[in-house]
Design a binder for this molecule. Structure first.
Ligand code: NAP
Length: 246
């Protein structure tokens, strides 16, 4: 059972949260007593369904459409969250693109898109949220990746975008201290039950010291840790990978 008091009175904003890991993080925040704002880009139906589920936890919830690559869109979204929910205490930069492409086939457009979403997106959303986060001595949690620390041959652009996000976490932690704590949760192999990935997931579980793949609950628990951790903990990259990266 989650402690309802952990984030009670706080407001948590999770980008790209209509589905998958973002959804699990939003639900964990609501279960911990936080009011929750989620953003979506294309998954409007899933976002509406999630808002109803979040509200079952007796917290305020809202969903806003936002493309994190669009500066004006991001600025308007942050203002709307702050005016609707009154504050922003925790920002989770979750929205991202993941693609498998051989190095020689990556186009300039694909390279630029992944950086605009995975690296510039968290920068933009954080920058716009700063005044609100500062007021509340808030926290930023970026969603990094094991791929930002270990090279994956068919994901050069993705790995580079996440490595840059890890460095952005550390640079922001230093420049935003002492007002805001900034940390990263870097998931490894997470099993979200996709049928097409069953054989691959089985293989990866065998290679993982903990002998299983991660779950959405494992990742959400790590995000909740940073959301409520002592403010003194900042600039950290926490792998959630069962030891796969060791
Ligand atoms: N799943 C894993 O195993 C794993 C492993 C390592 C790291 N991670 C990281 O953990 C986070 C969550 O993972 P995930 O697999 O749940 O993510 P995901 O499904 O790949 O993406 C999450 C959401 O990002 C949104 N998005 C994409 N481009 C956007 C843009 N330009 N503006 C706004 N939103 C945009 C999409 O929203 P719409 O659907 O509304 O379009 C999507 O649902 C990501 O940062 C990911 O890189 C995941």
């Amino acid at each position: 059972m989650t402690d309802k008091r952990l984030l009670s009175g706080k407001t948590v904003l999770v980008t790209g949260a209509a589905k998958r890991l973002g959804r699990a993080i939003a639900l964990a925040a609501a279960a911990a007593g936080a009011n929750v704002a989620i953003t979506y880009r294309t998954s409007a139906r899933e976002a509406r369904a999630l808002v109803a589920e979040l509200a079952n936890h007796d917290v305020e919830a809202l969903a806003i459409r936002c493309d994190v690559t669009d500066e004006k869109n991001v600025s308007e979204m942050i203002k709307e969250v702050a005016s609707e929910l009154g504050a922003i205490d925790v920002l989770v930069n979750n929205a991202a693109i993941y693609e498998t492409i051989d190095f020689e086939k990556i186009t300039v457009a694909e390279w630029d898109d992944i950086f605009a979403t995975n690296t510039r997106g968290p920068f933009l959303v954080s920058r716009e949220a700063l005044p609100y986060l500062k007021k509340r001595r808030g926290r930023i949690v970026n969603m990094g990746s094991l791929g930002g620390l270990r090279p994956w041959a068919s994901h050069a652009h993705y790995c580079s975008s996440k490595a840059a996000l890890h460095m952005l976490t550390q640079a922001m932690a230093k420049s935003l201290a002492p007002d805001i704590a900034v940390n990263t949760v870097a998931p490894g192999m997470i099993d979200l039950g996709e049928k097409s990935a069953t054989a691959f997931m089985k293989k990866m579980a065998k290679q993982t010291p903990m002998l299983r793949n991660g779950t959405a609950a494992d990742v959400a628990a790590a995000v909740m840790f940073f959301a409520a951790a002592p403010h003194f903990i900042t600039g950290q990259i926490m792998l959630v990978d069962g030891g796969l990266g060791l």
